[in-house]
Design a protein around this ligand. Structure first.
Ligand code: HEC
Length: 165
């Protein structure tokens, strides 16, 4: 009987040691696998984009959202997957368009302003997400030496997209 009890205690000890180790290890491992802040920013941006932007810009960001189709928006919402156009626009340009709307930046007023709804930080996270949509892929600093905006910021690129499709 005492042998049995001893064995039992021994096992309990092993189990509690194991549990202790596991509790210590779990936070360590999850710290290792935690996503870098950049990615959590992108995730937050995706959430906001899905909430506010896809009716026009589409789930894929290609400018073919439901509203774009049913309301035949003209100019078409910008194709955010078009890297050869989007990658030329500096972050600040995107920031201004999103915060103050198309009209404030000489684009179509169909592109609403979001400054009353989204904080600056939220707009930045949306931009981080929009950058992930570009093909060819966007790299930080890409737009830095392109000081002039592509000709026809007022929708020519949208027309080019239409021709492409
Ligand atoms: C009601 C439809 C609509 C919604 C909603 C909308 N957009 Fe737009 N957006 C447009 C249209 C249309 C254009 C193209 C304007 C033009 O070509 O003159 C545009 C253009 C843009 C551009 C291109 C700017 C440039 O310099 O070429 C960006 C970036 C953008 N939108 C981001 C967003 C983001 C981010 C959201 C969500 C927070 C959003 N849009 C929501 C219609 C919309």
């Amino acid at each position: 009987m005492s042998f049995f009890l001893g064995n039992f205690m021994n096992n309990m000890l092993k189990i509690s040691l194991f549990l202790l180790l596991a509790t210590l290890l779990v936070p360590a491992v999850s710290a290792l696998t935690a996503e870098p802040p950049e990615n959590s920013q992108v995730r937050k941006g995706r959430r906001l984009y899905n909430q506010y932007c896809i009716p026009c810009h589409g789930r894929e960001g290609d400018g073919r959202g439901d509203r774009a189709k049913t309301e035949r928006l003209d100019p078409a919402p910008r194709d955010h997957t078009n890297g050869s156009y989007m990658n030329m626009l500096p972050d600040m340009r995107l920031f201004m368009v999103i915060k103050f709307g198309g009209r404030a930046m000489n684009l179509s007023q169909i592109m609403p302003q979001w400054g009353h709804l989204l904080s600056d930080e939220e707009i930045v996270s949306v931009i981080r997400y929009v950058r992930t949509l570009a093909d060819p892929p966007w790299q930080p600093g890409m737009a830095m030496c392109r000081c002039r905006l592509p000709q026809g910021g007022s929708g020519t690129a949208g027309q080019q997209n239409d021709q492409k499709q």
